[in-house]
Design a protein around this ligand. Sequence first.
Ligand code: BMA
Length: 331
Amino acid sequence: MKKTIIGASLPNIPWEEKPAGYIEPVWRYSNNPVIDWNPTPSTARIYNSAVLPYNGEFVGVFRADHKNGRAFLHFGRSKNGIQFQIDDNVIPWQDENGKPNLVSYAYDPRFVKIDDTYYVTWCDDMHGASIGIGYTKDFKTWIRLPNRLMPFNRNGVLFPRKINGNYRLLSRPSDSGHTPFGDIFISESPDLIYWGKHKHVMGKGGQGWWQGTKIGAGPVPIETSEGWLLFYHGVSGTCNGFVYSIGAVILDIDEPSNIKYRCGNYLLTPEKNYETTGFVPNVVFPCQNIYDAETGRIAIYYGAADTYTALAFCQVDEVIDYVKKHNENFK
Ligand code: BMA
């Protein structure tokens, strides 16, 4: 078997074969959604969430809208990556001295293991939307780092390793509301505290209209022999409001501000009832992927209609071929 993903094996990755006759490169789990309305006593909706393998099982950081409508992060576990036991309490962030350092709201987490530490990035509040960065080593003590990026900014996504000696973070400068614009930028840091060397990675637009209003990085990029495979969300502004779809791009492995191939077509757009109907209709919003380097299988966790958590699957070589075939290389 060709080894395209550079990374670990995950033999128990959640997986379902592509349905016979289905021609698209990304297909949905037939038992979607995997998290339904009112999943815990205090929460109304859990979506836009991030799951990682851990000791043969799975752990996750979940975006949970409480019954007062405000969003927070909860921790959860799963034996199979499909059914979850999610804490009813919020993640108890503390500062590096052990003092409680609670957030006023938090949403759209990404979760990544770098060396022996599990990092979370999310949309935090610093006098408006900003990037939160925190970490844990044991899923009990959660440290929220100081000196995060300046507001307004969302969709902060760390690369899973340093590149040329520095950590890299994708982000999407925004406004404090529903942001009718937005491109993806990249920043560097030696220590996850001081960020600089900001560069533009990619803009909204292109020939198609599905990403014409704004874009934002999705899950943590996957290292492959072709470059970094990044799924992202693209937004179209319709007369009925925003529509969120999922696209993909391949970034240069040593200089990820350079695009190698960018797919002109979306890979997934709201079609199913659980994507077109819910708290916010017509949203598919990818926050996490996990993979098995041995087989090239990728499972994507995405939020559907700001209500449900759903799963989609793809095969790395097929996605890369599709991205190259529909390449529309623009900044
Ligand atoms: C974005 C974020 C996401 C949400 C999306 C669609 O701005 O707030 O959490 O899924 O809008 O409502």
